[in-house]
Design a protein around this ligand. Structure first.
Ligand code: KDG
Ligand code: MG
Length: 402
């Protein structure tokens, strides 16, 4: 089999998605996601200008060699744009391989290790009461694991909490909006929020929380310690992970489990975090981490250190990534949990898919390959719109992490 053609589709059914379609001389095609929130066109152009011309004529079954060619062969390694472009190619090739062998991708990754993929959803509210009501609403939908975020008193807006109270989408069209941030009231209110959640919902529900990288290590250590009585499943992104040894300090002070990695792109970015056992869950995702080929190696490395996966799964990861993540999560041994922020109906219509949700778990379905398609006619009705993640400033105007 040979790759005969490949092209990028950009569509915006409510939010932007970059999809690579790779075609072969046997009529089988594969899809890969290359969406990088707020920087979509950089990946699209990287693929079109620099990657696609090198793919034509290659054997799509050579997932390892093509991955190495795109990673080592360019001299410039790593980084979110490069790794998302490599992921788009890699996932499309696994999709082709599955279709050609007439089997779901999970069978190519080791076969089923479990019956379903445990997922967590997002609950939030402008204050504690609203957040508790949203937890109740999500529990009704069957979720066994819920991320809880609340607005902070005195702040006009908080990232991760929708402004209008309805569904929230990380990116906003137009230029970046600005949100407020203040660490002290957040540190005071968050343990109280989880005290109330446990009071109302008991011990059985898995609870998660995302700090969005905004704390210093010692502030994160304090939060982790004060959250201990509420037995969180994890505390996510407590501090920026560029300085990996920052997590040593957090670890020395708290037994609240820690999840990191949605902004990390390679095994080297989390190498020290994992081998020193400073984290419990690695959140690197298939689209931003170089595809299934790279993620399998990352998971296998993490397994040696008792670190489990907890892949990023916000709405900016397209249904193609969600499908890939579910095949991956069903197969690997050290799977932990998968994030699930359901896409809009418009997005689901553009990307018809075999994966399903029921009672707190997802399943990739039994279709050969990834089991997800792209309706290009419908996609064409949703042109690209520039959109960004918001930026955050402390009350004195200083920029902070988002
Ligand atoms: O593109 C970034 C968003 O997906 C991110 O802000 C969402 O932190 C996030 C999460 O945990 O889903
Ligand atoms: Mg996050």
């Amino acid at each position: 089999m040979k790759i005969t053609n490949a092209y990028v589709n950009i569509t915006s059914p409510g939010r932007n998605f970059v999809t690579l379609k790779v075609e072969t001389d046997e009529g089988i095609y594969g899809l890969g996601d290359g969406t990088l929130n707020g920087r979509e066109m950089a990946v699209a152009s990287y693929l079109t200008e620099h990657v696609i011309p090198c793919l034509i004529g290659r054997d799509p079954f050579q997932t390892e060699d093509i991955w190495q060619y795109l990673y080592r062969g360019v001299y410039w390694r790593r980084g979110p744009v490069t790794m998302s472009a490599i992921a788009a190619v890699d996932v499309a090739l696994w999709d082709i391989k599955g279709k050609a062998l007439n089997t779901p991708v999970y069978n190519l990754l080791g076969g089923k290790s479990r019956d379903g993929v445990l997922v967590y959803c997002h609950a939030f509210g402008k204050d504690t009461e609203a957040a508790l009501d949203d937890v109740a609403a999500h529990q009704e939908l069957g979720y066994k694991a819920i991320r809880v975020q609340s607005g902070v008193a005195g702040l006009k807006s908080t990232y991760g909490v929708s402004k209008g109270g309805g569904r929230y989408e990380p990116a906003e069209r137009g230029l970046p909006s600005e949100y407020e941030w203040a660490t002290e009231p957040y540190l005071r209110s968050t343990p109280k929020l989880f005290e109330k959640v446990r009071e109302r919902f008991g011990e059985d529900l898995h609870l998660l929380h995302d700090c969005h990288h905004r704390l210093t290590p010692i502030e994160a250590a304090r939060l982790g310690k004060e959250l201990e009585p509420y037995h969180l499943f994890w505390m996510e992104d407590p501090t920026p992970a560029e300085l990996q040894e920052g997590f040593k300090l957090i670890r020395e002070h708290t037994v609240t489990p820690i999840a990191v990695g949605e902004v990390l792109n390679s095994i080297w970015d989390s190498h020290d975090l994992i081998r020193n056992q400073w984290i419990d869950y690695i959140r690197t995702t298939i689209v931003h981490g170089g595809g299934l080929t790279a993620m399998k190696k990352l998971a296998d490395f993490a397994e040696l250190y008792h670190v489990r996966t907890g892949c990023h799964g916000a709405t900016d990861l397209s249904p193609v990534t969600m499908a890939a993540a579910l095949h991956f999560g069903l197969a690997i041994h050290n799977f932990g949990i998968q994030e699930h922020m359901p896409h809009t109906e418009e997005t689901d219509a553009v990307f018809p898919h075999a994966y399903t949700y029921a009672d707190g778990y997802m399943h990739p379905g039994e279709k050969p390959g990834l089991g997800v398609d792209l309706d290009e006619t419908l996609a064409g009705k949703y042109p690209y719109h520039r959109a960004y993640l918001p930026v955050n400033r402390k009350l004195d105007g200083t920029l902070t992490d988002w």
